[in-house]
Design a protein around this ligand. Structure first.
Ligand SMILES: Nc1nc2c(ncn2[C@@H]2O[C@H](COP(=O)(O)OP(=O)(O)OP(=O)(O)O)[C@@H](O)[C@H]2O)c(=O)[nH]1
Length: 321
């Protein structure tokens, strides 16, 4: 007797760089039953940072950081999905957090056309986080943000705490123009409407029109640069350096994030920057046997390795004052 396979529900979580995807995911994981979700994290930078930023200590987080899923990782994704299907008892639903520049239609493709994948998984929703404060600029200067909004079923406007009611209404109208079919919700961290979002089920026939998109190879207009430093940073100095840098350079840099090794600090510092916003906060403690090292990822245009290395090099800790 053959047993009927019940495909697992899948959510693709998309949204431009720094929109709040990982924040949303963390809160969902914290609020929900332990072990309910398996997570696939895809990252644009070569080094993984998002995996560390997802708080749940779980065997069910899988990182794919060797490239952008939508460009060149589709085969790896299918392999991982098949592997995961063999551990299907370990989770109920799958969430894929894409990179901030991914085209979600390409990530969705295997769930729509690959019989090996559709046997085990059912794409239930594509959710796009939209940064209330920065989306207008992102739409003006990149193509990626528009593709993400166009393809998604649910648009969640995040960071509403940073904009006025009029600005929020403006973002709402902008989104309606780009994608009149999507459900538009809004919220801030700690108050995201998780239930409405995770309860949404897409119309299976919408949004997709055959295999054409598979052939569409695109080149992102943005690139990433990962710097690693073995020597510790002087945290106040690094904060100051980054603030000055972002004030001058923020038009070309869409995102900076990092795990920072600070001199004399028990905890890893988490560096977060989106447009001119910058924060550096203590995170998890370093484990005894962990190699202490900073990893900082820049995503933007005209990124110059040497210049960044020099700039940040000034903020490394030195004994002499
Ligand atoms: N003020 C405010 N900040 C937020 C909100 N949501 C997220 N953030 C902050 O925005 C920054 C980026 O959030 P992430 O969740 O890392 O964004 P992301 O979309 O996962 O970023 P990438 O993976 O790099 O594309 C962090 O500093 C968050 O704390 C919000 O609703 N309000």
């Amino acid at each position: 007797m053959t047993t009927q396979i019940q495909p697992k529900p899948v959510t693709i979580l998309t949204g431009f760089l720094g929109a709040g995807k990982t924040t949303f995911l963390n809160e969902l994981l914290m609020a929900g039953e332990k072990g309910k979700y398996a997570i696939i994290e895809n990252e644009f930078g070569k080094e993984s940072i998002d995996g560390e930023l997802v708080m749940e200590i779980s065997d069910n987080i899988f990182e794919m950081s060797s490239g952008c899923l939508c460009c060149n990782l589709n085969e790896d994704l299918v392999d991982l999905l098949i592997d995961l299907s063999k551990k299907s008892g370990n989770f109920e639903e799958l969430i894929i957090e894409t990179t901030g520049i991914a085209d979600p239609s390409t990530v969705a493709l295997p769930f729509l056309i690959d019989p090996l994948v559709t046997r085990y998984y059912q794409l239930q929703r594509v959710v796009c986080l939209v940064d209330a404060r920065n989306i207008a600029y992102e739409l003006e200067t990149t193509e990626e943000a528009r593709k993400q909004i166009s393809f998604s079923d649910v648009l969640l406007i995040s960071k509403t705490d940073l904009v006025s009611d009029e600005e929020l209404a403006g973002v709402h109208n902008l989104l309606k123009e780009i994608n009149p079919f999507a459900v538009i919700l809004s919220g801030t961290k700690e108050h995201f409407p998780h239930q409405s979002i995770m309860g949404y089920i897409r119309n299976q026939s919408e949004h997709f029109s055959g295999g054409e998109q598979k052939k569409e190879k695109h080149h992102h207009s943005l690139s990433s640069l990962t710097l690693t430093f073995d020597r510790p940073f002087d945290i106040p100095k690094l904060k100051h350096t980054m603030m000055v840098f972002m004030a001058v350079q923020s038009a070309d840099i869409y995102r900076v994030k990092g795990i920072v090794y600070g001199f004399g600090e028990k905890e890893k510092f988490v560096l977060q920057s989106v447009a001119e916003y910058l924060a550096m906060t203590p995170g998890k403690e370093w484990a005894e046997d962990e190699v202490r090292r900073s990893k900082i990822v820049f995503i933007g245009r005209n990124l110059k390795m040497k210049g960044f290395e020099q700039l940040l090099g000034h903020a490394l800790y030195t004994a002499e004052k």
